[in-house]
Every structure is written in structure tokens, then in C-alpha cells.
Design a protein around this ligand. Structure first.
Ligand SMILES: N[C@@H](CCC(=O)N[C@@H](CS)C(=O)NCC(=O)O)C(=O)O
Length: 255
């Protein structure tokens, strides 16, 4: 029996499937499960990400606003090959290449299309999404994690990402409207396809779907399944996002 792939992920303080929240790490959690690759999770709290990445030889994925390498999760370590890979897109490409006999994340040479779709969809949503769910996100971590998350949103991304303890109702409503608009835009791209399946390519799950699913899991976990906020996502775009998550449900179990 080969050793499982290790997925490095950031934990919330919640139990079960709500322990994972990150839109980026969810992509890989779902991708590994979809491919049927055995994996286990190494949970890394926010303040430890950089040290853990350095210790296992993971590459940074960018540069911090203040300068210096920026280390992020997901990272995977594959004991079969010795590879340590950072960045969700690079990990997904690695998995298809290294395990060609598993269901593909980039079928029919769609790497270029999938990476462009993933980037465009993420960018259409992430700004409004951050401001809409930032406070419940910050409150989902350990005390040290929460402090780190709050401090580094401004030091890494600027003052616009400062997380206020409360916001005026009209500002909140504006962010929700912008968020719905982002999902609406992505939904129009989906509509240009000619399949009724839940995924961008119809009935088969691909990398681009994991990008949207990751964003949806983030909202569901930090807002709570029974919250008013999460109930909005479920009805947007004729229930498209609820159907998408339903299709991912079989892959969401924690490892
Ligand atoms: N491009 C990277 C982005 C990953 C990313 O931003 N991860 C966040 C968690 S959602 C992170 O680890 N941030 C570390 C930090 O802010 O210190 C990917 O797709 O994997």
C-alpha cells in the first residue's frame, strides 16, 4: 500500500466538514477525493504556515505587499514521488500528470481554458465575497489564527482589507448585491454551454468547478448552513450553486 498524499490545510475551530473553510484548499481536497487518491490532512494554523512551508521545502506562491516571499496553502506532499507542490492550479496539474489513470481535472487538453475560467470566476467573486464574509471568517479560527488573519489582511493586502467589527447596514447590503452580481456573471458564462449537467463541462467535474465549489464551501462553513446569508447563495441563479454543491457532496468528507 502506498503512503497517502499529505494535504496541508488551515483549520477552523468547527467540527467535521466545517473544519476546512479555505476556498483554495477546498479545490484540492475535492480534487483528490474526485480522483480517488488516498490522502490525509495536516492541519496548520495561520501563524505556522510560513514555517511549515519552509520546513517541507514548499515554494512561496507570491510576494508580500511589504516584500518577502508569501507562503500559502494548499500545499501537497506526495510520498510516492517526493514532490512538494504549492498553489492550487499547479497541484491540480501535477495530479493529472502524475496520476493519468484517475479521472482528469483537465480533460481534452482544457488546461488553458480551465485556468482562465478559474481565474476569471475567482476574480469576479472574491472582492465582494471577502468583504461579505470577512468577519465570520476571522471569528472561525483559534485565537492565534484569528489575530494573525486580521493583522495580515491589512499588512499583506492593504487598508481596504481591514476587518471592521461592524458595518453600516447599507454598506453590508451593497457588498451582498455585488457578490450576487459576481455569481450572476459567472452563471451567464455557464449558460453559454449546451449541457444541463451541474458542471461547467456538463456532467463531468473539472478543475474550474472546484474553484466555484471552494468559494461556496467557504461561505457555507463560516456563515453556517442555517444562516440567512447561506440561504441567499442557495437560491441565486435559479439554484445553480445549490445543485453544484450537491454534486460535490460525495467528495467532501474529511481525511
Ligand atoms: N494562488 C494560491 C493562493 C492560496 C492562498 O491565498 N491561500 C491562503 C489561504 S486561503 C493562504 O494560505 N494565505 C496565507 C497568508 O495569508 O498568510 C493558490 O491557489 O493556492
Amino acid at each position: 500500500m502506498s503512503e497517502p498524499i499529505v494535504l496541508y490545510d488551515i483549520p477552523t475551530i468547527f467540527p467535521g466538514t466545517s473544519k476546512a473553510w479555505s476556498p483554495n484548499t477546498w479545490r484540492i481536497r475535492l480534487a483528490l477525493a474526485y480522483k480517488g487518491l488516498s490522502f490525509k490532512t495536516e492541519w496548520v494554523d495561520w501563524p505556522d504556515i510560513e514555517n511549515v512551508c519552509k520546513a517541507i521545502g514548499a515554494e512561496p506562491t507570491g510576494i508580500k505587499a511589504a516584500g518577502g516571499p508569501f507562503y500559502t496553502l494548499p500545499v501537497i506532499r506526495d510520498p510516492e514521488t517526493g514532490a512538494v507542490i504549492s498553489d492550487s492550479l499547479k497541484i491540480a496539474l501535477y495530479l493529472d500528470k502524475t496520476y493519468p489513470n484517475t479521472p482528469p481535472l483537465f480533460p481534452h487538453n482544457t488546461q488553458t481554458f480551465q485556468s482562465a475560467f478559474g481565474h476569471a470566476a475567482y476574480m469576479a467573486i472574491i472582492g465582494a465575497m471577502f468583504h461579505t464574509v470577512a468577519l465570520p471568517t476571522a471569528n472561525s479560527f483559534s485565537p492565534a489564527g484569528s489575530e494573525y488573519f486580521r493583522a495580515t489582511r491589512t499588512s499583506n493586502f492593504g487598508e481596504a482589507f481591514k476587518i471592521p467589527e461592524s458595518r453600516p447596514a447599507d454598506e453590508v447590503a451593497q457588498f451582498w448585491k455585488a457578490l450576487e452580481g459576481g455569481f450572476d456573471l459567472v452563471s451567464t458564462w455557464w449558460d453559454t454551454g449546451n449541457s444541463n449537467g451541474p458542471f461547467i463541462m456538463g456532467d463531468s467535474l473539472t478543475y474550474g468547478d472546484t474553484v466555484i465549489a471552494g468559494l461556496l464551501y467557504w461561505a457555507k462553513v463560516v456563515l453556517g448552513e442555517d444562516s440567512e446569508g447561506w440561504k441567499k447563495f442557495i437560491v441565486w441563479d435559479g439554484g445553480r450553486w445549490a445543485r453544484l454543491l450537491k454534486a460535490f457532496e460525495q467528495y467532501e468528507n474529511m481525511n
